[in-house]
Structures are given as C-alpha cells and as structure tokens.
Design a protein. Structure first.
Length: 421
C-alpha cells in the first residue's frame, strides 16, 4: 500500500499525547521523531486486540484523562459510560466480537467527524447534489452518530433506529410496510446491510415490483456476487459495499471487480505475512483521521491480499472477513450474526431494560442458548417466548431458545456470538 509519511507523522505526533503509545514506544527505545520512511515505520510494534482490551484506560489521551472515571469505564453500564463520555464530546462503540471477545473503543466526536467526511466525499462522487436528498437508513445506529454519519443536508425519512426497528424482522408484512414507505417518500438512496436489501429484493420480485435507488450503500456484512446480481437487477443505480470496522471506521469501498479500494484519507493499510500463508496476509490499519484516539498498526483480524485494480495501487481482495462466528442457517448458507445481536436490541426496547453483558451460542442449526446477567427483571419464560418468536420470524424457520445465567467471572464481556455446531 502507498505510504504517506506526512499523514503518518501527524498521527505519530498525536500518539505522544496517549500514555500507552508514549510509554510503550519509549520502553522499546523508539523515537517517533526519527521515523522518515516506511522501513522506519515498521519498527513500531503491531497492536493486537488483547493488548488494547487490557490497556483501555492507557489509550485515553492526556487532555481527557482527568475527565473520565476509570471505574465507570471498566464496570459501568453502557448508558453510564455513554453519559460520561457525551459530556466531554466523546463516545464509545463496542465491537461485535466476530474475531474474539468484543472491545470497548473510545472515539472523540471530532475524530468521527473527520472520518465521516471521508465517506461523504466518497458519496458525492456518485450522488452529487442528490446527496442532500432523501435517503432510507436501515442500520443499528443512534441519532447522535447519525448526525455526523451523513451529510448535514440529508433529509431523514425516519428518526428512529432502522426505520422504527421493523426491518430487522424480515417478514412479508414488514417488507410491505417498507414498500409503502418507498412509494410515499420516494428516497433517492439507501444505507443498509446486504442481507436486508437482498431479502427485500426477493419480496419485490414476489409481487412483481421494482424500485430505483440512485445509490445503494452496504455495511456490516460482506457482499456476495449472488447478492450483488439480484440487488442490481431489482434496484439499479450504483451499489457500493463499504469495508469498515468500529475501531477505525471506513477502510475501503468495493468496485465492480470485487476489490476494495482503500480510503487513503482515513487509513493506511498494511498487508503483513501470517504464520500459515504467504498469499493471505493480515490486515493491519493505522488511522489517519483519529487525532485524539489514534490506532497505530492495529491488527483487525481480517485476511486479504493486494490486488491491482483500475490502476489503483491501494486495492485489496478480502479473503476472510471476520467470519468465524457466522450463523449457519437451515438451508446450509452462512449469514452474519447481526440478526442475533438485534434480538437483544429489540428485547431491551420492548421491555425497557438494560442488558449489558450476554453471550449467545448456536448449539444446533435451530437451537440458540442465551446467557444473561442474573440482574434482569424479566422472567425466563417471557424472555424465551420473545426470542424464539423473533429468531423464527427473522431466520425463517422454527428456533428453540434456551435461557441460562451468565457467569460474569468467566464471560467478562459485553456481547458475543459463538457458533458451536
């Protein structure tokens, strides 16, 4: 990948304000002021998820250190942490755990604004003035994040998460609601997951209808060729799959050739050798927009290979897209575990409870075990009925759910899906 020393030097200067980087580099005898080339940059150690997880408080920059309560950060509920961070214009995201135990990752709002300006500039390439027109938003994202995720002139069709939550339930009734919404509001573009728009295209086909979007932006899941063909046929327009992570946000966008072109204004990507393969390499990223909370040489957990495409030297082909925890459906197809995570979101919304720590295990194709903290004020039978109905409708076949207690001492994590088929 192309190395821009000017952008990297800026991040290294920012890292001097972060205790972990400052102390760690000095303990290794590394002077970041003497990094002038990629060979010099390679002297910096790789940051793995375990190191970040175990040193979260040390990644808080000096200017925020006395404003963040370490006890709340480590032991507080998500809402307590969110309130604390919001007061200092910061926020926390939690990774899905698709490459292992989930991470709490802190961002500043200023950092996020810089990253999101990259994706909005990318959208302008395909939407132009239509970027400011109506869009349909079907992603699990709160209103605060949405305000800087999209261009400020965009018209929101619905203020709540993912069009009032109903689209997480892939039922004919709810897809009919979506179709009626399209007819009434006439949005020009949409952001969603590949599985959602693919299932919706199947529904439209069943009623002999189509709808045209100028631009379709896909997040959270890999886009497969068979999905792309169906989506393009049903909706037309430009279809772009965005490769991203909660840690650094936007990494690249897929072109028609299936390669991801790197957003070089937001990240520097390295492909490093693994222990088992010389062709499939580890994806290591350095954030270029996150001045307050930098990520330097951070190993994502994905595997990729460099791919020259469209004369672009910053293109990669993903070989493994954090798919270790994919759900196995009754048809034998693999799908993302987000529908399982969503069951917790909707459970909390329906019963107005706060579930902070849980583990979900798929024991059989049709058997899911949910492990919850003992403190939940809902009966097991009520939990079981809700979750069984939700997953049965969402996945399209009868699901059995078992409710068990979560041993916090063993599963000290926020959320986790494990496939143990």
């Amino acid at each position: 990948m192309k190395f821009d020393i000017r952008k990297v030097k800026k991040i290294l200067q920012c890292a001097e304000e972060v205790p972990f980087y400052r102390d760690f580099y000095r303990s290794k005898g590394i002077n970041t002021n003497k990094i002038f080339s990629y060979d010099d940059f390679c002297m910096l150690p790789i940051l793995d998820k375990m190191t970040y997880r175990n040193n979260l408080s040390k990644f808080i920059p000096d200017k925020f250190a006395d404003k963040i309560d370490g006890n709340i950060l480590e032991n507080g509920t998500f809402f307590e942490i969110d309130n604390m961070l919001s007061a200092i214009n910061c926020n926390m995201v939690i990774t899905s755990g698709s490459t292992g135990m989930p991470l709490k990752v802190i961002h500043s709002d200023a950092d996020d604004h810089r990253a999101y300006s990259v994706i909005n500039n990318f959208r302008k390439k395909y939407l132009g003035k239509e970027l400011g027109k109506k869009y349909l938003w079907v992603l699990p994202m709160n209103d605060k994040t949405k305000q800087y995720f999209y261009d400020e002139n965009v018209t929101y069709i619905n203020k709540k998460y993912g069009i009032d939550y109903f689209l997480a339930n892939y039922s004919e009734k709810n897809f009919d609601k979506l179709y009626q919404l399209l007819m009434e509001e006439k949005p020009h573009w949409i952001s969603c997951s590949p599985s959602m728009i693919f299932e919706f295209s199947n529904y439209l086909q069943s009623i002999n209808e189509k709808y045209h979007f100028s631009y379709i932006e896909l997040h959270s899941e890999p886009l497969y060729d068979w999905q792309y063909i169906k989506i393009k046929e049903c909706f037309g327009g430009v279809v772009k799959s965005i490769y991203s992570s909660n840690e650094v946000n936007f990494i690249g966008a897929m072109c028609p050739e299936g390669c991801y072109h790197i957003f070089t204004d937001n990240v520097f990507v390295e492909l490093l050798d693994t222990d088992v393969s010389n062709t499939q390499k580890k994806v290591v990223v350095t954030s270029l927009s996150y001045y307050d909370f930098p990520m330097i040489r951070y190993e994502l957990g994905d595997l990729a290979k460099e791919q020259k495409c469209c004369d672009n030297i910053n293109s990669i082909n993903l070989c493994k897209f954090r798919d270790a925890d994919m759900i196995l459906s009754i048809s034998g197809e693999l799908c993302e575990p987000y529908i399982v995570f969503d069951s917790i979101v909707f459970l909390c919304d329906k019963y107005k409870v706060c579930i902070n720590k849980y583990t979900i295990i798929q024991r059989k194709v049709d058997l899911f075990e949910y492990y919850f903290d003992e403190g939940i004020s809902i009966g097991k039978d009520e939990l079981k009925m809700f979750l069984q109905h939700f997953l049965t409708v969402a996945l399209g076949y009868c699901i059995n759910v078992v409710i068990k207690s979560l041993n916090i001492n063993i599963f000290n994590k926020y959320r986790r899906f494990i496939c143990k088929l």
